[in-house]
Design a protein around this ligand. Structure first.
Ligand SMILES: [Zn+2]
Length: 83
């Protein structure tokens, strides 16, 4: 597979358009764990190309949230810690 000769700035620009594929060779990139930043509004994921081993930090920004579940409240059981 042909690997493009890009400067880091050019590679990042290509990632802006298509963060899923390696800007150098066009292969799929494998994402590692997501690192949530301090204020919880930003996240960073390390992505590595499986083909040419180029790697990047992809930055994410909080946009909104979807509701899944409310709190689990169990009326039947009373917890008694004693003490
Ligand atoms: Zn690549």
């Amino acid at each position: 597979m042909k690997i493009k000769d890009l400067t880091p700035a050019q590679a990042l620009k290509a990632l802006d358009k298509d963060p899923e594929h390696c800007p150098y060779c066009g292969s799929d990139m494998e994402g590692e764990g997501v690192d949530i930043q301090d204020d919880s509004k930003k996240a960073q994921q390390e992505c590595t190309c499986m083909n040419c081993s180029a790697s990047f930090y992809i930055n994410y920004k909080y946009s909104d949230a979807d509701f899944i579940n409310g709190p689990e409240i169990d009326d039947d059981e009373e917890e008694d810690d004693g003490g």
